[in-house]
Design a protein around this ligand. Sequence first.
Ligand SMILES: [Zn+2]
Length: 181
Amino acid sequence: MIIKDKEFGEVIVRKSPLSKNIKFSISTSGRLQMSVPKYTSEFLAKRFLNSNRAMIREKLPVRNPNEQRARDYQKKQLMKKAKEYLPYRLEYYAKRYSYKYEKCRLTHANTRWGSCSSNKTISLNIGLMKVPETLRDYVILHELAHLNHMDHSRAFWAEVASHDKNYKMHEKKLKMFNPGL
Ligand SMILES: [Zn+2]
């Protein structure tokens, strides 16, 4: 459920069967998010929001509604670009270096550029569309190498190096960018 609030814009209300009390957090778009017990009514959620306004203002970095919408738009554009590019680039390198993965997933997490799960799903952050191609490729090669090594062992880095001899520099440069939007 979404509550439209004059001060905080759209407030996301998530009903959780597990939560016993109401908790506030910030969504990846910078919106205020409330997790509430399953049977909480909209009336009650609003009342709780009102009685916590001062605390929220002080403690949580809620983006203003205009910025929230701008971020939605940016994400949509980036997702569109990413869809037309990242799965193909991944496929290209997988073929070139004979890797087999199950699935490519596009994410927009705030903290990581990519990941590789034990069921061979490779996740790539759509924020990669904002970084230079060499760094984008490095992330793809890094995740592909995880198909053979699920850790950051010497053997893993040796494999990355065999595809990208400048990987150390690329890893360093990547730190200048933020995966979040
Ligand atoms: Zn890694």
